[in-house]
Design a protein around this ligand. Structure first.
Ligand SMILES: [Zn+2]
Length: 545
């Protein structure tokens, strides 16, 4: 499944309807800038593992002019009459008295100065007109009020029905029209910021594909296609439209569905646009260690407090609730994990409802998840603390601060437990204890990838006695994405661009963790070497003092 999913994602991921304006050189990433005057490409280059863009390229695309300022020993970047001063030693960028931190300082190379790609999002976007909307997931920058909704398409299949989910942000008018051999979902937009997940139901849906030069997605009918219906989700910042494909009533009950669809007319040519063929039969290797399923746990939910945990979670000074932010980020993370890593991602709650802490871990266990990620927002009585924190379980060693957070999110054994419950809890406890070492590795990776993108708390990685983690029979971490009690951070946590950064970091961490696990697969033993695999980075100390 993984093999096929990744292969298909590679064909269609990205701005499907966007013609690639140029071929990037080896190692380069091509971004597309869509503005009122059309599209243009911008290339970035990895330098020391960071995505960097040359000042030359920033000049060509945004009209940025760079000069070295001997007085401040900084780089003065002028655009549209405004100046951003960047320190080549610290990476701090100053814009009219406001200071932001870039993920890494500028570097000087053969082609002059290069800046980290987040210069565009963190610094340039503060002065540039029209407004810049940076979308890292699809390497897209949208200028001004051009309508480029983010459309994430995912296929969910059951024996007699295939559901094609369109998650559209912001909500955009659309039509679904049946054409010969296909259904076309057309959006009222200039272009689509499109992520198509791999198709996986060739008897009902032969292929999902972007139509060239038009903001539309085609659903090619498979041989068992019968009829369709459209289910519209509730309107909101992201709106889900589901096209349900129902099987024709021709297959006798009990008769197995054809696994390989007859490609009518011509032989399929995989990878050729417009000639969708059946997906290659996946080669399953169920024993190979990898990350096949990730369970994402949006913290809190509902309006009632259970097990000492507030249903709505923490509330920010401007009135936003933790439960809503965690759900939004969890949904985005699910789509991104599925589309970008080809893993199966499941949520412990899909909407605003009460879910008990033990149910969350049990859900992950029942779905045989390989990784459990619980998402929360921190809160403090003071408005000052800010930054993200990553936790993994500890039952006996944790700081008072970690204990405070655990009490807010539900600590182990908060109240008296019944007889059966105690036994159950003890079994559950043993479940996570077996995975603590790997949970520490995951926590370390999440901390690294978050740090590259967002502000971290001084206590970036900690252990605490979280009840929601205790029962998880797989590596498990709890991420406090930021402090909702800090007014600035509350604003950030509610902003799509910042949420994308968080999601990007988490996807990156899962990808790196998967690579580590897969690198550890037993190979032919090399004499004289240790068989165990050291993680690429040392795990944090197993205990907080
Ligand atoms: Zn919480």
């Amino acid at each position: 499944m993984l093999v096929a999913a990744l292969g298909a994602a590679a064909v269609v991921t990205g701005r499907g309807q966007t013609p690639a304006p140029a071929q990037p050189a080896v190692g380069q990433t091509l971004w597309t800038i869509i503005g009122p005057d059309g599209r243009r490409p911008m290339a970035t280059t990895p330098v020391g593992g960071r995505e960097m863009v040359t000042a030359e390229e920033l000049g060509r695309v945004f009209g940025v002019e760079l000069r070295e300022d001997p007085l401040t020993r900084g780089l003065a970047l002028t655009v549209q009459g405004k100046t951003i001063v960047v320190s080549p030693t610290t990476g701090l960028a100053s814009i009219g008295g406001r200071v932001v931190t870039l993920s890494t300082p500028p570097v000087r190379g053969e082609r002059g100065w290069s800046l980290p790609m987040d210069f565009v999002d963190r610094a340039l976007s503060l002065v540039y007109q029209p407004r810049l909307d940076v979308r890292p997931a699809t390497h897209l920058i949208v200028l001004g009020d051009v309508r480029v909704p983010r459309v994430q398409v995912r296929l969910e299949t059951q024996p007699r029905v295939a559901r094609v989910h369109f998650d559209v942000t912001p909500s955009t008018p659309h039509t679904v029209v049946a054409e010969p051999g296909r259904l076309v979902v057309r959006f009222d937009a200039t272009a689509l910021d499109l992520e198509l997940a791999a198709a996986g139901s060739p008897d009902l849906v032969l292929a999902l594909r972007a139509l060239p030069n038009t903001p539309a997605v085609a659903i090619d009918e498979g041989p068992r296609y019968g009829t369709f219906r459209v289910v519209e989700g509730a309107d909101g910042p992201t709106r889900r439209t589901t096209v349900e494909i129902l099987a024709a009533e021709t297959t006798a009950p009990g008769q197995p569905a054809p696994t390989t669809p007859a490609a009518p007319g011509q032989p399929a040519q995989p990878g050729v646009p417009g000639a969708p063929g059946p997906e290659a039969t996946p080669v399953l290797a169920p024993e190979a260690p990898s990350i096949h399923t990730v369970v994402i746990d949006p913290g809190h939910g509902g309006d009632v407090d259970v097990e000492g945990v507030r249903g709505p979670g923490a509330r920010g000074p401007a009135g936003s609730f933790e439960k809503h932010v965690t759900l939004t980020v969890a949904r985005m993370l699910k789509s991104a994990l599925e589309a970008r890593l080809g893993v199966r991602a499941l949520l412990t709650r899909e909407d605003d409802r009460t879910v008990y802490l033990d149910e969350r871990a049990a859900f992950a266990n029942n779905n045989k998840a390989d990784l459990f990620i619980s998402l929360h927002l921190n809160a403090s009585v003071s408005q000052k603390p800010s930054g993200a924190e990553v936790f993994f379980l500890s039952l006996d060693g944790y700081s008072p601060e970690a204990r405070r957070v655990a009490q807010m999110e539900g600590a182990v054994l908060p109240t008296a437990t019944g007889g059966d419950r105690t036994i159950e809890m003890m079994l559950w406890e043993m479940a996570q204890l077996q995975h603590l070492e790997q949970s520490a590795v995951v926590a370390g990776l999440v901390e690294q990838t978050l740090r590259a993108r967002v502000k971290m708390s001084p206590r970036a990685i900690q252990q605490a006695p979280f009840r929601v983690l205790v029962g998880a029979n797989m590596p498990a971490v709890l991420v406090e994405l930021g402090f909702i009690s800090n007014p600035e951070e509350e604003k950030l946590l509610g902003a799509h661009a910042y949420q994308l950064r968080l999601v990007d970091a988490l996807v990156d961490a899962v990808g790196r963790y998967r690579a580590q696990i897969e690198a550890r697969r037993p190979a032919a033993p090399v004499p004289g070497t240790a068989p165990a695999a050291a993680p690429a980075s040392p795990p944090p100390a197993p205990r907080t003092p």
